[in-house]
Design a protein around this ligand. Structure first.
Ligand code: ADP
Ligand code: ADP
Length: 205
């Protein structure tokens, strides 16, 4: 049984076709690469999958162990998200950014270990403005993983990384998938295909 079923989802913004109709089954514990040219709808598909955007056509259906609720109600605890915009809380330290989604959970990943794995340990007490864009992006990856969510959606999570740190990010996402999390990653990074179980390529407009 798949974890999430997308059936014929599509989206336009005024006259711009953002996403052609696509159907997709995401299986438990797989790492799926979402490829395709710029503007082909990768971000839009992630946003629709997570319930942050409503598709014009089609449906997104979660299956157990996800609760039978609209995807929009599953964020943070069940669905971790790495936005392209990174989206950390500016007023909170990196440690507190990780504590935010994990606040009500006891079975959280070891936060210190997670920060270490992503080469962020020495920045734990800094605020986002005091670290580089690449470090902020890795912190967003850590925040998405900290609840041990069932599903992780990551939008270009290596776009601000050098090669070595891109590897760290992808190895950590791979480890999450190996531990049972379903991971969908939109990216152009050729490194991603080495870690992915399969690649879905969206056609350009
Ligand atoms: P990708 O992630 O593959 O680059 P996107 O999903 O970001 O593709 O965008 C697909 C198309 O939809 C692009 O032409 C983009 O300009 C358009 N688009 C995306 N979001 C919006 C929006 N909020 N308003 C208007 N157009 C949008
Ligand atoms: P944008 O600037 O493109 O709107 P945001 O950074 O605001 O992107 O994030 C988009 C949405 O994703 C927001 O509703 C935010 O609360 C949510 N979000 C960000 N990180 C996570 C996360 N780790 N888990 C769940 N939801 C998240």
């Amino acid at each position: 049984m798949s974890l999430v079923t997308l059936t014929d989802v599509s989206k336009s913004y005024r006259r711009t076709l953002a996403l052609r109709p696509v159907s997709l089954e995401l299986e438990p514990g797989e790492l799926v690469a979402l490829a395709g040219p710029s503007g082909s709808g990768k971000s839009t598909l992630l946003m629709i999958t997570g319930g942050w955007e409503t598709p014009d056509t089609g449906t997104v259906t979660p299956h157990p162990p996800l609760p039978d609720l609209p995807m929009a109600e599953l964020q943070w605890d069940h669905v971790g998200f790495v936005p392209q915009s990174i989206g950390l809380f500016d007023e909170l330290s990196i440690t507190d950014n990780l504590a935010f989604p994990a606040r009500a959970r006891e079975d959280t990943a070891d936060r210190e270990k997670l920060l270490e794995t992503l080469d962020l340990a020495k920045f734990a007490h800094r605020r986002p403005a005091q670290i580089s864009r690449g470090e902020q992006q890795r912190a967003a990856v850590a925040r998405a993983l900290v609840t041990n969510p069932t599903l992780v959606l990551a939008d270009e999570p290596t776009s601000h990384q050098d090669r070595a740190h891109a590897e760290l990010v992808l190895i950590r996402l791979r480890a999450a998938a190996d531990a049972g999390t379903t991971v969908l990653v939109a990216s152009h990074d050729p490194l991603l295909t080495q870690h992915a179980d399969r690649t879905i390529t969206l056609a350009g407009a």
